[in-house]
Ligand binder design. Structure first.
Ligand SMILES: NC(=[NH2+])NCCC[C@H](N)C(=O)O
Ligand SMILES: [Mn+2]
Ligand SMILES: [Mn+2]
Length: 323
């Protein structure tokens, strides 16, 4: 199989890969999503990246559960469930991701629910600003926009809010509830692009509209095809901007990825998911990838294919090709 061919634009070498495994489920209510990193690793993902794609993998060999920093008492605050836990975990994760990214490594984070993106995106955004003096773009592949503020959220689940905190649309001064997030760890709403949306809350629709956020829904993919949508999405970002890809496995149709906490029918095919990852790799601008929301304990007869779909997306984003 081919080694990653493209010269990356924002990494000193195309071969240094930092991996962080995050066994965290507190951003939503269903247990089991914390088992995903181990399931992905046991399916051979890290070995494939090392042996077939020839990455020099920097991985501490641990699935981080952050039990030592988890507060015992964590009541709702401003409608958020488990705010202290999610804040503490994402703060620690942000530092781990920052460490890899500031050493010029590509950062792969295996989640975990999507609240962990508060940690991953903040870590890479800060490192890229320091290392290159550049603002980073984020491509968010998901059935959901995850841009609720604590006030617009119906569920109170923080995995539906990460983008609001990362763009500064939601703010909080208490350091123990995301007040640790500083401007240099945030991203602009102008550098955010969604792909695959199909289940957006009313308050989220208003936010997307009011801030002119670039979003390609399943309707756009039906209309233009995924090839054209990727041209438009990457055209919006431009060729001079590093990209962090945050991939929620529920962006795929439940036919291909049934084992996830909030499945929504009418999603991306397996090939469309891989194609998105391939196209983003081909830009040479990709600096980080999150794979989140795989929950092997749900629809467990479909767990294997969900895990395989997740592994495939990661390999494609890291330069695997069909030929
Ligand atoms: N990362 C996810 N799967 N998020 C689902 C969010 C669902 C819903 N919009 C909420 O805010 O609760
Ligand atoms: Mn989702
Ligand atoms: Mn999500």
């Amino acid at each position: 199989m081919d080694a990653p061919t493209l010269e990356p634009k924002f990494l000193p070498s195309g071969h240094e890969l930092g991996v962080v495994a995050v066994g965290f489920s507190g951003g939503q209510g269903k247990q089991g999503v914390d088992a995903a990193p181990m399931a992905l690793i046991e399916a051979g993902l890290i070995n494939q990246l090392r042996d077939e794609l020839e990455y020099n993998v920097h991985f501490d060999g641990e699935v981080h559960a952050y039990t030592d920093i988890m507060p015992r008492d964590d009541p709702p605050y401003r409608n958020m469930k488990r705010p202290l836990s999610v804040s503490a975990v994402t703060k620690a994760l942000s530092e781990q991701v920052y460490e890899h990214a500031s050493q010029g490594r590509f950062v792969l984070t295996l989640g975990g629910d999507h609240s962990i993106a508060i940690g991953t995106v903040s870590g890479t955004a800060k490192a890229l600003r320091e290392r290159l003096g550049r603002e980073m773009a984020v491509i968010w592949v998901d059935a959901h926009a995850d841009i609720n503020t604590p006030e617009t959220s119906d569920s109170g689940n923080i995995h539906g809010m990460p983008v609001a905190f990362l763009t500064g649309l939601a703010t909080e001064s208490r350091p123990e509830v995301f007040g640790w997030l500083k401007d240099d760890q945030k991203i602009s709403t102008k550098k955010l692009v969604y792909i695959g949306l199909r289940d957006i809350d009313r308050g989220e629709k208003k936010i997307l509209k009011d801030h002119g956020i670039k979003a390609f829904s399943m309707h756009d993919i039906d209309r233009h095809g995924i090839g054209k949508v990727m041209d438009m999405a990457l055209g919006w970002i431009g060729t001079d901007t590093p990209i962090h890809l945050s991939f929620d496995v529920d962006g795929l149709d439940p036919m291909w990825a049934p084992s996830t906490g909030t499945p929504v029918r009418g999603g991306l095919t397996l090939r469309e998911g891989d194609f998105i990852a391939e196209c983003v790799h081909q830009t040479g601008s990709l600096v980080a990838l999150d794979l989140v929301e795989v929950n092997p304990s749900l629809e467990s007869e479909g767990a294997d294919q969900t895990i395989r779909a997740g592994c495939s997306i990661v390999r494609c984003a890291l330069g695997d090709t069909l030929l």
